[in-house]
Design a protein around this ligand. Structure first.
Ligand code: NAI
Ligand SMILES: CCC(=O)/C=C/C=C\C[C@@H](O)/C=C/C=C/C=C\[C@@H](O)CCCC(=O)O
Length: 295
């Protein structure tokens, strides 16, 4: 059937701001994607939407049993050659470096990376920093060695998973908030580096609201929230008032960041009201401010 633009209904070349012809859209067919924290939750949804769009996907997760189980399920639905599972801890340079090297050996390249692995643990907060921020930094740096054009790579896109807690404080989880703010700042800075150095790699950020996954449901004990447990009711009230997102809806927002080649250093926020790109001021000076007299 002949193409018809869903925006302007044009069938010929035209200019609009949303259709695949006018947007520079990344073709995902046979691209090689890597997802960390892939074995469940949002990571699994990102894996599935990439497979549905024709990509091959390397799954990375520290949970071997869940990863093996998902690989077996995906083999049934997509065929054994479309995915591979690699057990790795994103806090380990040796683990993640080795996994990415095996992926390049197996699939020949890396076009897409999703640094998704993340935890909430305000008690063992050093681990939260190591996974949520350290893991994103490590995954970005290691993947760029394979992806950037100056190294003979094909370029591509890196999507770092932050949170709405990366844009506004989540009082029940201050360390988690800090790590997610760090993911936003690091990713925006690395997007600028990639542009200036002509890596050919876009780096974008996804900032979801609360999503129905095991991470959210596992937070009912002091083990994770510790001294901030009395503030849990604030989050529960927000969730009761506005609801929770389904992971497959968040995956659609993820796909926008992957496919839209005009997006680099961009943050896409999604909550039950929809998805919006965040407009950051160009410089800190442009932030809303109130002068202070220091005399
Ligand atoms: N669930 C939610 O409400 C929201 C989650 N997010 C973020 O989305 C990402 C995914 O979260 P969920 O799917 O909800 O969590 P989840 O707990 O359902 O899945 C996380 C996966 O990451 C893996 N993982 C954890 N530590 C790892 C490590 N060191 N190395 C490798 N894999 C590791 C786990 O084994 C698990 O399979 C996280 O970065 C989280 O902060 C952001 C906004 C909302
Ligand atoms: C129940 C404990 C809890 O809050 C767990 C959260 C777990 C993970 C989800 C996290 O990534 C989602 C964060 C969503 C934040 C939503 C809005 C923020 O801007 C915080 C707003 C806080 C406020 O308005 O007071």
């Amino acid at each position: 059937m002949r193409y018809r633009c869903p925006v302007t209904s044009d069938r010929e070349e035209h200019k609009c701001d949303r259709c695949d012809r006018c947007l520079s859209v990344m073709d995902l067919k046979d691209k090689v994607a890597v997802v960390t924290g892939a074995a469940q939750g949002l990571g699994r949804s990102f894996v599935e939407i990439l497979l549905k769009n024709g990509s091959k996907v390397a799954l990375i997760d520290v949970n071997k049993s869940l990863g093996d189980e998902l690989k077996s399920t995906l083999d049934q639905e997509y065929g054994r050659d479309r995915t591979e599972f690699f057990t790795a801890d994103v806090t380990s340079e040796e683990d993640l470096k080795g996994a990415l090297e095996k992926i390049v050996k197996t699939f020949g390249r890396i076009d897409i990376l999703c640094n998704n692995a993340g935890i909430i643990n305000e008690k063992h907060w050093e681990k939260t920093i190591a996974v949520n921020l350290g893991g994103v930094v490590r995954g970005t740096y290691l993947a760029l060695e394979h992806m950037k054009k100056e190294n003979g790579g094909n370029g591509g896109v890196i999507i770092n998973i932050s949170s709405m807690a990366g844009l506004g404080p989540l009082p029940v989880a201050p360390i988690y908030t800090a790590t997610k703010h760090g993911v936003v700042g690091f990713s925006r800075a690395m997007a600028a580096v990639s542009k200036l150095a002509d890596y050919g790699v876009r780096i974008n950020i996804l900032c979801p609201w609360f999503v129905k996954t095991s991470l959210l449901s596992s937070l009912n004990s002091e083990d994770y929230i510790e001294r901030f447990l009395p503030l849990k009711a604030m989050s529960e009230t927000m969730i009761q008032k506005h609801g929770c997102l389904e992971a497959d809806v968040v995956a659609k927002a993820f796909l926008v960041l992957v496919k839209d080649e005009s997006k680099n250093g961009d943050a896409l926020m999604i909550d039950p009201e929809g998805a919006v790109f965040i407009s950051f001021p160009q410089k800190a000076k442009d932030l809303p401010s109130t002068p202070v007299n220091l005399e």
